[in-house]
Design a protein around this ligand. Structure first.
Ligand SMILES: Cc1cc2nc3c(=O)[nH]c(=O)nc-3n(C[C@H](O)[C@H](O)[C@H](O)COP(=O)(O)OP(=O)(O)OC[C@H]3O[C@@H](n4cnc5c(N)ncnc54)[C@H](O)[C@@H]3O)c2cc1C
Length: 393
């Protein structure tokens, strides 16, 4: 085990908050920096897979988050014209395991409350710009440190990525999505399923139950519509009526949900990046979560991968007295799984979000038959659960 270190954790998202908790519990002194003025989560909902839930259990937070989220038994999608099933993944083929869809605010609050309870120093209004030796350079050229280690959890556009020891493989993704958290609409939507509708790969609409933000709040749904980042301004200018008409043409059941969208500002544009650091560490710096690897959320893995990174980093620091050995060990622990899921995401994404006509045609004809075959069902469920390529426990 490394001697207690003074660690700067940069970024108080899922990766930064969870790593602060895990490393502080190991006896390291943590200073956590984020640009936000007051702690706040961004975005709508996400699915925690069995992998991510296991890490939250290990942090002692599983029970609280399960009390807030919505259990997910199935991911189900149909082509809007033909009605063909083009996505059908059931967790029950894996036994008792299930996903859990949560509002980001719920996950943030659970992690942030634990960070506060553990007495971890949180420096808000601290925009991280760079590193200089063992110091972190912040806005207005503030310099903080000396730190033994910097944990970069600043997300996919982190300014610290040039400090990684190896190249960053990065490519642009044209499609993103507009998202909103809306009141849960009830039937005919399934409170335990992510449901989607597609038209080729250029239209994707989703309704995901995300439970409650806090114990006393009403249940919500995340609603999303696939959109190219370059088309967002045109979408905003065209007004809501035309867009609602198009959505209802594909999925009439969304009428009640769309009635609650009264202003375009409720729909937030999420842009997706695909990038992978070949070596997620450098001299006294380590990269976790989206700063190490990011992709489109088609497979619903990003937050879960961030939590797996946290677990691997904590284990590497526990098992190695020397910091350089620990960082190398962290990278080796995560290398295969990260490469596998980055590759799978690259392959799957264009079948569901792209301008291709051939790929969605192949998808529409193949998926409904494939997803009726037992071994294929299990393989798909294992991929979605995040456990594909991890040692069976
Ligand atoms: C629309 C959408 C849907 C998704 N759905 C899923 C899903 O279903 N399942 C799943 O597992 N994943 C999903 N993801 C991916 C998941 O959200 C990310 O993988 C996850 O948030 C990564 O966490 P992170 O902590 O690494 O980074 P982030 O969540 O990006 O956190 C980064 C933090 O750093 C701070 N920060 C950034 N730059 C600076 C700076 N320069 N100085 C100081 N602070 C800074 C930010 O304020 C933020 O708090 C989805 C993503 C999107 C966009």
């Amino acid at each position: 085990m490394a001697a207690p270190l003074h660690i700067a954790v940069c970024g108080a998202g899922i990766a930064g908050l969870a790593s602060s908790l895990a490393l502080s519990a190991q006896g390291h002194r943590i200073t956590l920096f984020d640009q936000f003025e007051a702690p706040r989560p961004l975005g709508s909902g996400l699915i925690l897979q069995p992998t991510g839930l296991a890490v939250l259990d290990w942090l002692g937070l599983g029970q609280r988050i399960r009390g807030l989220g919505a259990r997910i038994d199935r991911l189900y999608g149909k082509a809007s014209g033909s009605g063909r099933v083009v996505l059908d993944v059931r967790y029950d083929v894996l036994g008792d395991e299930r996903g859990l869809a949560v509002h980001r605010a719920a996950l943030f609050n659970v992690l942030h409350d634990a960070v506060r309870a553990q007495g971890i120093e949180v420096e808000t209004a601290s925009h991280v710009k760079d590193l200089d030796d063992n110091s972190v350079i912040l806005n207005q050229d503030r310099r903080e440190g000396l730190f033994d280690l910097v944990v970069d959890a600043l997300g996919s556009r982190s300014p610290l990525i040039p400090h990684a020891a190896g190249p960053d493989y990065r490519s642009a993704l044209g499609y993103g999505a507009i998202w909103a958290s809306l009141p849960w609409p009830g039937a005919p939507f399934d409170v335990n399923a992510l449901e989607q509708r597609y038209d080729r790969a250029s239209v994707m609409i989703g309704v995901l139950p995300i439970g409650r933000q806090v114990e006393t709040a009403p249940e919500q749904a995340a609603f999303f519509w696939s959109l190219k980042a370059a088309d967002f301004e045109a979408w905003r200018k065209a007004g809501l009526d035309q867009w609602k008409h198009t959505v209802l043409g594909h999925w009439p059941d969304c009428a009640g949900l769309l009635d609650t969208v009264t202003d375009a500002s409720q729909m937030v544009m999420a842009r997706y990046d695909h990038h992978t650091l070949s070596l997620p560490f450098g001299r006294r710096i380590v990269f976790i979560g989206d700063s190490a690897h990011a992709t489109s959320p088609q497979l619903g893995q990003g937050a879960n991968m961030a939590l797996l990174d946290v677990h691997a980093l904590a284990a590497a620091l526990k098992e190695n007295a020397d910091l350089r050995d620990a960082l190398g060990s962290y990278a080796r622990k995560r290398r295969f799984h990260v490469k596998l899921y980055q590759g799978l995401s690259r392959v799957f994404t264009p079948f569901y979000q792209s301008d291709s006509t051939l790929l969605p045609m192949a998808r529409d004809h193949l998926v409904s038959s494939i997803s009726r075959i037992g071994p294929a069902q299990k393989l798909l469920a294992r991929i979605v659960s995040g456990k594909f390529g991890l040692p069976r426990t």
